[in-house]
Design a protein around this ligand. Structure first.
Ligand code: HEC
Ligand SMILES: [Cu+2]
Length: 506
């Protein structure tokens, strides 16, 4: 025991030196020496003892049925494990209970918790735990600094009901949290929470990998990116896609769903939203006194949590996102709730009708429009006949086309014409574009939906029609630009070609 203490003290010194050297602030408390077991008063000593059931995400332990306090024993094991952060991307996660977020802990207000933090012998580093549910120094961190192959014990009484984040608070703290050391502990109020049909556990956290998003191989923690708060990954439940496809959370039409949602951080807050659902109740900041009703998006701070409850009325796939949306679509903060059951077409009909809409062209039949068209045709004919105007050079057309491109197309196809993986197809060296010029003109005029394969990759999205937005000349110019940029080469597209295809619908 003596040797353990000296070993621990040495590690503690190292830890505080690290803190001082690398962070210059000391948010974490230094570890304290073991004081021996607490002598519990007889009333508490007499309480029934039970071992807490811990679950890994997205699962939650059963609601607590008992209506009296207990002495609850929590055994939480720290493991440092290599796991999958994204397809082809590995990461050495530091975990509470082998998962990110760590095991869900569920206790009741008034419970006296005997907490054991067990650091697996294979760990390389000491760790501790700060539970935001604890009233006491460091939230337990000062009592749980635990070397690899050691176990720490401390006791606390759960005085405040609510949903609380726990996390490692060993220096450098942002690195320990940034490697996945966070989770949730629910302290149920004395009378329990309102009954629901399904409960799920979701936490958001960001990963500061040395490589950029999707860069393959084993990635490590990048302290400079963490300090700048520039995470390549912001994810739910520890990995890109952890709640997608057959790993989606599920419910049936008519059921009520409760999501225990927390943010581990270490830095980034979340604008938590479920696309196509309205939260019937939100417990802001996970305080239980006041549910807000009918909320669309709720803000969850780093190191904070919320509880959202909603009834699912219709079937479908409902997307969980951080509504700071590049995080969802470009960094991983996206999950799915799959709801099955009968449709209710009054609540949500689905697409009812898909009809052609011609916008301004619908007026083409009117007399004044006809007159205008005739005049335009006369001007066009006169322009064509005038060699000075007709020989508007290809370079000028490309330049004019560039203006159109940079004002419109670049938003999706990108300034470099390379598009965006899985979202917008490339125009640079696009086999689809180069194979059929009439078809390309048609795509820009009429738009394009449904599956399309460009350079061997499938896209299934929607390109908005431009016929009401751009003139024939502008479309000719922009396509001339596209056909003569980023390595593409081709003849100019003429206004007459565009006009012919625009008139196809008539
Ligand atoms: C709002 C986003 C968006 C804008 C703006 C947009 N496109 Fe597209 N474009 C798409 C999508 C998405 C597709 C693929 C549609 C599908 O999956 O069916 C596409 C497909 C295409 C294609 C055929 C596929 C290929 O890669 O060759 C061409 C050509 C094209 N767009 C050109 C343009 C031009 C020129 C403009 C500007 C006038 C433009 N797009 C503006 C989203 C957009
Ligand atoms: Cu740690």
């Amino acid at each position: 025991m003596k040797t353990h203490l000296t070993h621990l003290t040495r590690l503690a010194l190292l830890a505080s030196l690290l803190t001082a050297a690398t962070l210059s602030t000391s948010a974490n408390e230094g570890p304290s020496e073991a004081k021996g077991k607490v002598a519990l008063p007889p009333a508490i000593n007499a309480l029934p003892i039970e071992e807490a059931v811990l679950t890994s995400p997205p699962h939650v332990p059963q609601p607590i049925k008992r209506r009296h306090a207990a002495r609850v024993v929590v055994n939480l094991e720290v493991r440092e494990l290599v796991g999958k952060l994204a397809d082809g991307v590995d990461y050495t996660f530091w975990t509470f209970g082998g998962s990110v977020p760590g095991s869900f802990i569920r206790i009741r207000e008034g419970d006296v918790v005997e907490f054991h933090l067990n650091n697996h012998p294979s760990s390389k580093l000491p760790h501790n735990i700060d539970l935001h549910a604890v009233n006491g120094s460091g939230g337990g961190a000062t009592s749980t600094f635990t070397a690899p192959g050691h176990s720490s014990q401390f006791t606390f009484q759960a005085l405040n009901p609510g949903l609380f984040v726990y996390h490692c608070a060993t220096a450098p703290v942002p690195m320990h949290i940034g490697n996945g050391m966070y989770g949730l502990i629910l302290v149920e109020p004395k009378d329990g929470l309102p009954a629901v049909d399904r409960e799920y556990y979701v936490m958001q956290g960001e990963f500061y990998t040395t490589g950029s998003y999707g860069e393959e191989g084993l990635q490590s923690f990048d302290m400079a990116k963490a300090i700048d708060e520039r995470p390549p990954y912001i994810v739910f439940n520890g990995a890109v896609g952890s709640l997608v496809g057959d790993k989606a959370i599920a419910a049936q039409v008519g059921e009520t769903v409760r999501i225990f949602f927390g943010v581990g951080g270490p830095n980034i807050t979340s604008s938590f939203h479920v696309i196509g659902e309205i939260f019937d109740r939100v417990y802001p900041e996970a305080g239980l006194s006041l549910p807000n009703h009918n909320v669309q998006t709720t803000l969850v701070p780093s190191g904070g949590a919320t509880m959202v409850e909603f009834k699912v009325d219709v079937p479908g796939t409902f997307i969980l996102v951080d509504h700071s949306l590049t995080r969802a679509f470009n960094k991983g903060a996206l999950g799915m709730l799959k709801v099955t059951g009968p449709e209710d077409r009054v609540i949500y009909s689905g697409k009812e009708i898909d009809a052609v809409y011609l916008g301004a062209q619908a007026d083409a039949g009117s007399a004044s429009q006809k007159r205008e068209d005739e005049l335009k045709a006369q001007i066009a004919a006169a322009t064509l006949a005038n060699p000075a105007i007709a020989t508007l050079t290809k370079e000028m057309r490309i330049e004019k086309g560039k203006q159109v491109y940079m004002g419109l197309c670049f938003a999706c196809h990108m300034a470099d014409g390379k598009g965006l993986p899985n979202a917008f197809p490339p125009l640079a060296a696009s086999d689809y574009l180069l194979a059929d010029r009439d078809r390309a003109i048609r795509v820009v005029l009429k738009g394009l939906t449904g599956a399309v394969t460009v350079n061997g990759k499938k896209y299934e999205s929607a390109m908005p029609p431009q016929e009401a937005v751009l003139t024939d000349a502008q479309i000719a110019d922009v396509l001339t630009y596209v056909y003569n940029t980023w390595g593409n080469t081709g003849d100019p597209v003429t206004t007459a070609q565009v006009k012919a295809i625009r008139n196809e619908t008539h």
